[in-house]
Design a protein around this ligand. Sequence first.
Ligand code: ADP
Length: 254
Amino acid sequence: MNKPLVHAVNVGKSFGKNEVLKGIDLDVHPGEVVVLLGPSGSGKTTFLRCINQLETIDAGRIWVDDDLMGYRDKEGQLYRLKDSEIAAQRREIGMVFQRFNLFPHMTALENVMEAPVQVKGVSKAEAKSQAVDLLERVGLGEKTGHYPSQLSGGQQQRVAIARALAMKPKLMLFDEPTSALDPELVGEVLSVMKELAREGMTMVVVTHEMGFARDVADRVVFMDAGVVVETGPPLEVINNPQHERTKSFLARMR
Ligand code: ADP
């Protein structure tokens, strides 16, 4: 098999005395869609944030595309890439949050153009034509001039996905992208994500949407209390869980 894009080994992370991640191992290969499942508080969001260096891990190592992410060793000594290298890494990793975090004073188009122009120095004309393409791709070709307040939650989340894609990331991280949405708006966001997966994007997705996990994931990872309890193809884990904790979680999801 080809080299993993994300290679996480024995990752640990504590907040004070609260040990949130207790030795997580995970490889994500190019083009793979991995869904993280598990009860609230099991460490899924924290793990996602560690991949993007929004949190610094205090045990283990994470490599993204062969770059070693920062970590704190047992003595508390911090090892990290230079700020410029972290910024370069982050440019290559798109993240979509539960709350869409769009700039409220900018139109959909301007939101999508912002980072390529400001961070990558792409010309405005090029960024605009790319943003129009991306907004069309997420089904919002008619809404380019709308402000976030004029868009539904589902539309705002699709703008947020287009905005992340504008940086041409090699990896997309989704943190419960549909859990702040009214139920009738969930499907439109999931279908954009499904299309992205079909096009070969490498994705790590935290979600409670079992249908998405079943249909789109190459692999699901069930986490509980900071450890990976079980992992495998979605049909195996979801239809035939081996561990009690997975069984009881899935029973509650039904
Ligand atoms: P999940 O995504 O599975 O719901 P989280 O990663 O959000 O789990 O949270 C795991 C644990 O880490 C929780 O106990 C939460 O309170 C704690 N936690 C998360 N972020 C912080 C933080 N910035 N400071 C302190 N505790 C945190």
